[in-house]
Design a protein around this ligand. Structure first.
Ligand code: ADP
Ligand code: MG
Length: 364
């Protein structure tokens, strides 16, 4: 840090998708939550055009020169540099700075450390170089950094959750309207995220196949997106059986999100949990994006007293589940799930008991 320059801080959390699986590219709705684990950023403007970046646990310091133009290099610093690049393209007066990141969020565990890194950078940068960007535009700038600079396609959910998350609230995102609402969530409930510890050789083929099947269903039904179809309308439609199953997951997920909003309004955590378990069943039966390991984790979790429901979270085909649990039972359930999963499958799971935490806006 350059002496005499003020120091700025930012925090951005990871997130977990609670309901609304694969609804984003169907113009649908999603419920997610920010978790307490995240990435902290500390930085100071330099007064020149150099950017230096370091992250605890990663050796060395990355450097780039704004005057020479920012280019992706295929390393971790592409995420923060991409955010700087997209902020500048949006007209923000960003100059050189030194920044340092520390994280208590595991990388690549499906908790969206990439979005946390982007959002931490975006918030830090706009604190160092104030500009008039709305929180939703900031989320879009971060997504653009990941899509266009890093070169990873992703929807808006991760960045929106990391920015708009709030303690004891879930985040409702309408992907068609691009609108966000923070919805009160019972404070006695916590989230238990359990990573299956199994990496599946993914070519990305399954994901694109599901997308195409959803688009095919919408096309055959004469609508813009599956968002425009109810489960009843779908059931009455004449579609190839496989396409119909895939589409039923999407229409069901959208409906479960709205039912979950009703449940939250009534303060009914148990009903919310049952919707999560129904979501997992639909992944198994309709969308075929679960795995035997994720199924085992869900089955074990929902058997535990104090667990209200569980489902796979994120794209599926491996990765993690999320269970809705009583906060006071969270540690005990975590231990039981990891132990029973090891005995049953021989795989070592990693459990992360989480509370619903503040997003970057709400966090200090
Ligand atoms: P996820 O977002 O699910 O955690 P990704 O593969 O999308 O997984 O993003 C992980 C990548 O993000 C890492 O490989 C690294 O490049 C970057 N990253 C995340 N957290 C950090 C961190 N604390 N420090 C440096 N790089 C990080
Ligand atoms: Mg990511």
């Amino acid at each position: 840090m350059i002496r005499g320059m003020p120091t700025f801080h930012a925090f951005a959390p990871g997130r977990v998708e609670l309901l609304g699986n694969h609804t984003d590219y169907n113009s649908g709705v999603v419920l997610s939550a920010a978790i307490q684990m995240g990435i902290r950023a500390e930085g100071s403007p330099r007064g020149d055009s150099t950017i230096t970046l370091s992250s605890e646990g990663i050796e060395g310091t990355a450097a780039a020169d704004l005057a020479a133009g920012l280019k992706p290099r295929g390393t971790w610093d592409d995420y923060p540099l991409g955010v700087v690049e997209m902020l500048r393209r949006a007209g923000a007066p960003v100059g050189g700075f030194d920044a340092r990141f520390t994280a208590d969020l595991p990388l690549g565990a499906g908790l969206s450390s990439s979005a946390a890194l982007e959002v931490a950078t975006a918030v830090l940068t706009t604190r160092m170089f104030p500009c008039d960007v709305s929180p939703l535009d900031l989320a879009k700038i971060c997504r653009r950094a990941e899509n266009e600079f890093v070169g990873v396609s992703c929807g808006l959910l991760d960045q929106v959750s990391s920015i708009f998350g709030r303690r004891d609230h879930v985040v409702f995102l309408d992907c068609r309207a691009e609108s966000v609402v923070q919805v009160p969530f019972p404070s006695a409930l916590g989230l238990l995220i359990v990573h299956s510890g199994v990496k599946h050789a993914l070519t990305g083929g399954e994901y694109n196949e599901r997308r195409d099947q959803c688009f095919e269903a919408a096309r055959r039904m004469g609508v813009l997106a599956l968002r425009d179809v109810t489960s009843d309308q779908l059931a009455a439609a004449d579609l190839p059986p496989l396409v119909k199953h895939r589409a039923a997951h999407i229409t069901g997920e959208n409906e479960r999100v709205f039912e979950a909003l009703d449940a939250l309004r009534a303060g009914d955590g148990d009903r919310f949990g049952k919707l999560m378990t129904a979501s997992h069943r639909s992944s198994m039966e309709n969308f075929a994006n679960s795995t035997p390991e994720l199924d085992a984790l869900v089955e074990i979790a929902i058997r535990q007293p104090g667990c209200h429901g569980a489902r796979l979270t994120g794209g599926g085909f491996g990765g993690a589940i999320v269970a809705l649990v009583d906060v006071e039972a969270s540690g005990r359930i975590a231990e039981a799930v990891v132990a029973e999963y090891l005995t049953g499958t021989g795989h070592r799971a990693t459990a992360y008991p989480c509370l619903v935490g503040d997003g970057a806006l709400a966090a200090a």
